[in-house]
Write a protein that binds this ligand. Sequence first.
Ligand code: ACO
Length: 390
Amino acid sequence: MRKHGIEEVVARMSDGTSVGFAPGLEGLVATRTRLSLVDGEAGRLIIAGFPVEELAGRASFEETLYLLWNDALPDEDQLAGLKGDLAGRRALPQVTMKVLVEAVTERVPTMDALRMAAGTLGSRDGDDCGDALQVVAAIPTIVATYWRLSRDDEPIEPDRELSHAANYLYMLSGEVPSTERVRALETYLNAASDHGMNASTFAARVIISTRSDVVSAVTGAVGALKGPLHGGAPGPALDVVFEIGEAARAEPHLRTKLERGERLMGFGHRIYKARDPRADVLAAAAERLYAADADRELYRLAIAVEETAIRLLDEYKPGRNLYTNVEYYTALLLHGLGLPTELFTPAFTASRVAGWTAHCFEQRELDRLIRPQSEYVGAEDRTWAPLGER
Ligand code: ACO
């Protein structure tokens, strides 16, 4: 891969042109990527060349992973090779198991346990490919093992014969999932696999840019993802649907919230000023799932709540373009798959690790230390006072 853009930025800075203070780095282009395009105005998401609507409902997770890593869909042999490589790395190393067992006794929250356990993975010999395969393969095992341990259930060994997504559901519940359920989870895993320079992806790239290893980058990314402003708060959107209970109550309930100045969870997005394209994909997947083997009434209620919310948001916040975001249908889909709210962010991790590892490869190629500057606003003329004189 070519080293994109570095020279231009350095040239601008040595010219004396100030890049300026950009809190949150908003609007600042820190890298070039072929992995995903987020077009907020048009409500468009492209993943490695494919509109998300084209890819998410069709690809297996392994195909999406191959696509992100190699910029092409795999042929049969390549796909079989990747599936085998992943399946062979699902079992947890002893040290990882020990960490999870200890974490359970301390009642560590699932995302913290996942962060701790992720850090125990990896080859320690700088093999990016092996490390990437292991973190992608093992994250579902960590989540399922920890979830079962925390409920005093026996962990379930991964099944090599099952696909990545099917095995994830199997390790959680002990039941081999139906085709519809696997399709629904794969649609989610694909749709959320990459999304521009989001905070966790940026964290992973910063870590790799120091010539650190993929496991460290993914562990740091897990830490970034768990924050409530990123992946850490997908549950509340569903809670509102449950609180409402029946379609006729949607309008008074949502009006009361808006009158009180509250935000409607699952609506609005910093970048998308149209409907989040992932919401469409996940809504379609949720519709199929709920029609096949979940609670149809809940799906109908969610649709009614969504329609009412969009109408009222337009009334209370005209011109703000507030539409359904990814969290709304993610919550509905994952709930339909039997996942409790606590496992929503871990599921997001199992998806986004595909993007993180692909960004690690891209950043490794670029091999440029990410090192922005800060503007000092502190004092400059302090003099030292001995301890007793302060
Ligand atoms: N409900 C009610 N009003 C809203 C909502 C909402 N969901 N979202 C934005 N607004 C209003 C704000 O109150 C503000 O109104 P004002 O100008 O009268 O004060 C206006 O719209 C603009 O809001 P901002 O906060 O500037 O928009 P921003 O782009 O920063 O917000 C955010 C994005 C944080 C997602 C916001 O829409 C929100 O809080 N949504 C609800 C929480 C949620 O669903 N989070 C998950 C997001 S998906 C994801 O991050 C992967």
